[in-house]
Ligand binder design. Structure first.
Ligand SMILES: Cc1cc2nc3c(=O)[nH]c(=O)nc-3n(C[C@H](O)[C@H](O)[C@H](O)COP(=O)(O)OP(=O)(O)OC[C@H]3O[C@@H](n4cnc5c(N)ncnc54)[C@H](O)[C@@H]3O)c2cc1C
Length: 310
């Protein structure tokens, strides 16, 4: 493909596929670059219960396939290529992938963010079967069950407060003796009678058969290991935006590495937009990713039509 692309979308997750749908339906020559498989993190959601329109929930993989089909039907082209760098100065932007170079009038970056793993044994084996990286998504499944949250920041404490509404018991396991969460969250969590803190400790192993049933916890001060029976472990030790190639291209990022956009999803570089988990958003969910994608596509179309007079 050597022609100039109207709107190039980097990342084919929920945000990228929604942006691709809107852009292609708007008559733009649209190419979505996806480094792994369309759908992104949607593919790891076994039961998606908070996406409007599915009263019985749906699985993320099926939704991803439908979004991909819809974007392609509208005319978007999906290329299975990983973007390694971008050149963003001037009106024509360059997209360099692992195998080719492309030129576009406008770019929407939707490369997402990945939760950091905690690093305990069997963590990957129990993902979706007791190990979760999203309390807001999976918390309701732990009604009257026992859950643990790993982490000591705002996300971990918010997750534990949220889970305490459903779960019979919530353990907060933190590797240090003090938390980094803001005071109001700490005051709130101390009012929860079903929350127990396990400090100076790390989870070393997840155990169970088909589903998680217990975890091994090591106290780093005493060097003692104990086994705690839990049905779920929520890992909240941070997430990493996929912005290395974006940073190198000079797009303005937050201290944590997220792309800074305005409400029209514009970055600080003309003709460059961002949407979904990769941007500085207050909520990282499927519903917000697709909404961002639609807004970014609309803004990019206006940019191409009015500012470039295309
Ligand atoms: C385990 C888990 C469960 C979740 N459960 C829920 C839930 O129940 N409900 C809910 O609303 N949300 C849930 N979420 C959050 C939700 O999945 C995300 O907010 C949403 O999918 C983000 O979409 P995105 O398109 O912004 O990013 P992503 O889904 O991360 O997509 C980014 C895409 O970009 C691609 N990419 C990255 N770098 C490059 C590159 N250099 N070149 C080309 N392609 C690249 C990736 O391969 C990926 O496909 C969950 C998240 C996780 C991890």
């Amino acid at each position: 493909m050597t022609d100039l692309i109207d709107i190039a979308i980097i990342g084919g997750g929920a945000a990228g596929l929604a942006a691709g749908l809107y852009s292609a339906q708007g008559g733009m020559k649209t190419v979505i670059f996806e480094g792994i498989i369309p759908g992104g993190k949607l593919g790891s959601i076994t039961h998606l219960t908070n996406y409007p329109g599915f009263s019985n929930g749906t699985d993320g993989f099926t939704l991803a396939m439908e979004m991909e089909k819809q974007a392609k039907k509208a005319g978007a082209v999906i290329l299975n290529e990983k973007v390694t760098s971008l050149v963003l100065e001037g009106e024509t932007k360059q997209i360099i992938t692992n195998s080719n170079k492309y030129y576009a009038k406008s770019i929407i970056i939707t490369a997402g963010a990945a939760p950091k793993p905690a690093g305990f044994a069997n963590e990957n084996d129990f993902i979706g079967r007791g190990v979760s990286y999203c309390a807001l998504c999976d918390g309701a499944l732990y009604k009257n069950k026992r859950a643990a949250v790993i982490g000591g920041g705002n996300t971990a404490i918010s997750d534990a407060i949220y889970l305490s509404r459903f779960a019979e018991k919530v353990y907060v396991i933190h590797r240090r003796s003090e938390f980094r969460a803001i005071e109001t969250l700490m005051e709130n969590i101390h009012t929860k009678t079903n929350v127990e803190f396990i400090l100076d400790s790390v989870v070393t192993k997840a155990m169970g058969d088909e589903f998680l049933s217990s975890i091994e916890v090591l106290n780093k001060v005493t060097n003692e290991s104990t086994t705690i029976e839990v049905d779920g472990v929520f890992v909240a030790v941070g997430i990493m935006p996929n912005t290395e190639f974006v940073k190198a291209a000079g797009v303005k990022l937050t201290d944590e590495g997220y792309i800074i956009t305005d409400e029209l999803m514009r970055t600080d570089i003309k003709g460059v937009f961002a949407a979904g988990d990769i941007r500085n958003t207050p909520l990282r969910q499927v519903v917000t990713a697709v909404a961002d994608g639609a807004i970014a596509a609309d803004s990019a179309m206006q940019y191409v039509r009015t500012e470039l007079n295309a």
